[in-house]
Design a binder for this molecule. Structure first.
Ligand code: C2E
Ligand code: MG
Ligand code: MG
Length: 693
């Protein structure tokens, strides 16, 4: 190393000094000898002068040599003093963390060796300091809060992020226990925490008492001898993450629209309720609620109204239920409620009856959406734990089966689960998937039910009724698959297929005779199609069937869903020349005068009134009134579901115009209907005698 070499001039001075002193001594010695020789050879008289001269020379020479030596000693002492001074200065610098320049190690005397040791110390200290500063910079640059503790959990160091996180200065924390910063209400002690690279969670408490959730790892610092076991806790603030998680958890569990638990969460809550009930040997009651015709509310008033309806359902259920009940939205318009303590026993049953009825009544209160008054009803299925099922899945499934049976009864009712209901649900699911394939497999067919003129007994026309023939099941009636088809868009396809088939059959019959007026049933979903009348028109044209030969049957409830819109549509259809009939009249809530706005020509009295017309005077009065009102409005009145002659006779008396029903046999194929028409022309038909009375 250059800096450690002795400077050039130092060596020169020393060498020249020593050389000069040597030369001087040699000169003195030689002078002394020559003086001595001279004294010997010179006469005695001159001796004294010579001796004096010699003394002078010797004295001056010795003095010179002495001075020279003194100068050398002074230089040497000066140098050593400087070296010691340098050592002191350097030591002071080191004390102040200034490494300065290395010291001279030459000459390799004791001071030189000391300087070498000192330099070495300086080098090592410099290296350590640099790496310590580096570590400090790393620590303070880290976003994680780093806390170093001793084995017993005493904090030894923290970094800047810890101060930022907790508000404590290093001075305030060093010497305290790691548990001093732990929120003891929310976290356990960290002192004996296991060493783990896998992040764990804890809650710290800041200087200001704020709880801070953290994710941290704990690792160990091995000492050189392996005996130090300092720990490093590296912690990260996870408040934001916790918040996001809570939000996600909330979203995952709570239905965003109605703010009640969603299916998953409801099942979880039901699970817990069942566990509690089991421990307490208590029953539970599950209500499965479904809004009737929700799709229609949605389609008629728009999605906002649909959303408002669902919110209303949730609010009303919450308001009407006992405190200990749990509500959930299981899907679309399906809600479920679990009420603890209600069982299947008799006294509980009347309590359940009361609650079920009051819920349905509450739901049926009309409400306003964007100025429209919306009428909504709901249906309900009820199942009990433990009587009907012992677990979540079965309990929900069974309540759903009971709900389905309420729906089948027309809605706005509740039903208790019975084991045979489940078979219907399984069946329903199977049917739905098979129905999609019914078209490809050519499994649909149309049967015709003749309508008779009550006065003459003549066949006046027929009603087309769709059937589904499944190879392994035989004929399936519309009531078993039309509601399913209505849940999807399949009903539109089915409806058009039926109309197409009717037109085809109509042309076939027309070749032999006059088929009369054939009526075809249409569902609400078909009517809702934007281009409905155009589609009907194009099917009729493609078969060259006159619209006046056909009648379109729409149920009373369908008509009244959105009267303004339906009026316009029916006007269009009427303009095409189609006849329009109101089907199942009496099952809805509309007054006859409300129906007057529609361009209808036929009123079909629902078979539920006809069934008891001969035995129940009330029903006879109702049917009589409908017939009279219909006649006054210039409508043809058809009584459906005539099964026996008693009914036929009463209807004749009540002045009804047309009848149809099983009294005249099952609905029949197109070929059989043609045979019937032909027999009538020939006067050989078998039923005419029935009308004679
Ligand atoms: P609907 O229009 O009221 O049809 C009359 C229903 O009463 C038919 O049931 C018929 O078979 C049945 N019926 C006839 N006479 C009697 C009787 O004397 N006693 C009893 N108890 N029932 C009788 P079906 O064929 O099961 O049809 C049920 C409903 O399905 C129909 O009621 C109609 O609303 C609907 N439907 C039938 N075909 C179609 C269709 O092509 N499209 C649409 N959208 N709906 C259809
Ligand atoms: Mg009908
Ligand atoms: Mg009907």
């Amino acid at each position: 190393m250059n800096s450690r070499r002795i400077p050039h001039y130092g060596r020169m001075i020393l060498t020249v000094g020593v050389a000069l002193a040597g030369v001087l001594l040699v000169l003195i010695y030689r002078e002394y000898r020559s003086v001595a020789e001279e004294i010997i050879q010179t006469p005695m008289a001159e001796h004294e002068a010579l001796v004096r001269e010699s003394y002078l020379w010797i004295g001056a020479g010795s003095l010179g040599a002495l001075l020279m030596c003194l100068a050398i000693v002074w230089v040497l002492v000066q140098r050593q003093t400087n070296r010691i001074k340098d050592l002191r200065v350097q030591a002071e610098k080191l004390r102040d963390a200034d490494f300065g320049e290395p010291l001279q190690e030459y000459p390799p005397d004791a001071l030189g060796q000391l300087a070498a040791v000192f330099n070495d110390m300086r080098d090592r200290l410099k290296a350590t300091t640099i790496s310590r500063d580096y570590v400090d910079r790393i620590l303070s640059g880290m976003n994680e809060a780093i806390i170093v503790t001793s084995t017993d959990g005493t904090i030894k160091r923290i970094n800047r992020s810890t101060t930022i996180l907790l508000g404590f200065d290093e001075k305030e924390l060093v010497g305290t226990s790691i548990d001093y910063i732990v929120d003891k209400n929310k976290s356990g002690s960290l002192i004996d925490d296991s060493i783990s690279g896998i992040p764990k969670e804890a809650t710290f408490e800041s200087k200001f008492g704020e709880s801070i959730p953290v994710s941290y790892t704990c690792s160990i610092v091995e000492g050189e001898g392996g005996d130090s076991h300092d720990r490093i806790y590296a912690a990260q603030n996870i408040t934001e993450r916790r918040r996001a998680e809570q939000r996600i958890r909330y979203l995952a569990r709570i239905d965003a629209l109605t703010k009640v638990p969603n299916r998953m969460q409801f099942q979880h809550l039901l699970q817990r309720a069942i566990a509690r009930a089991r421990r307490a040997h208590q029953p539970l009651c599950l209500f499965y609620v479904d809004v009737d015709h929700f799709k229609e509310i949605n389609d008629t008033f728009g999605h906002l109204a649909g959303d408002a309806t669902l919110e209303t359902v949730a609010e009303r259920l919450s308001a009407a239920l006992p405190d200990n009940s749990v509500i959930g939205r299981l899907a679309g318009d399906e809600f479920a409620v679990v009420v603890a303590g209600l069982g299947a026993e008799d006294e509980d049953r009347s309590e359940t009856d009361r609650l079920a009825r009051s819920l349905l009544d509450r739901l049926a209160d009309p409400f306003f959406v964007q100025g429209h008054e919306v009428f909504m009803t709901a249906s309900m299925g009820i199942a009990f734990y433990p009587k009907d099922a012992a677990n979540v899945i079965d309990l929900i499934r069974n309540a759903d089966a009971a709900l389905y049976s309420s729906k089948k009864r027309g809605g706005n009712v509740y039903a208790y689960y019975k084991p045979q209901m489940n078979e219907a649900v399984v069946e329903r699911l199977m049917t739905k998937s098979k129905l999609k394939r019914a078209f490809e497999r050519d499994e649909l067919l149309v049967h015709y039910q003749p309508k008779y003129n009550l006065e003459t007994g003549e066949v006046f026309g027929a009603e087309a009724l769709v059937r589904w023939e499944l190879p392994d099941r035989g004929l399936i009636l519309p009531s078993d698959f039309i509601p399913l088809a209505e849940e999807t868009n399949l009903i539109i396809e089915i409806g058009e297929w039926v109309l197409d088939k009717v037109c085809e059959d109509f042309r076939y019959w027309q070749r032999s005779t006059s088929p009369g007026r054939v009526s075809v049933n249409f569902s609400l979903k078909q009517l809702r199609q934007p281009n409905f009348s155009a589609r009907i028109g194009s099917i009729l044209r493609s078969h060259e069937v006159s619209p006046t030969s056909l009648e379109l049957e729409v149920t009373e409830t369908t008509l009244m869903e959105n009267p303004e819109r339906t009026v316009k549509l029916l006007d269009q259809l009427y303009a095409l020349g189609l006849h329009l009939a109101i089907d199942d009249f009496g099952t809805g809530y509309s007054s006859l005068s409300a129906l007057q706005q529609f361009p209808i020509s036929t009123l079909k009295i629902d078979k539920s009134f006809v069934r008891d017309v001969a035995t129940n005077p009330d029903d006879a009065t109702i049917v009589g009134t409908i017939v009279q009102m219909g006649r006054n409005l210039n409508l043809d009145v058809v009584a459906e579901g005539v099964e026996n002659e008693d009914q036929l006779n009463v209807l004749q008396r009540l002045d009804c115009t047309y009848v149809q029903g099983l009294l005249f046999g099952d609905p029949m194929s197109a070929d059989n209907y043609l045979e019937l028409l032909l027999a009538q022309v020939e006067g050989t038909d078998s039923y005419r005698a029935l009308f004679a009375g």
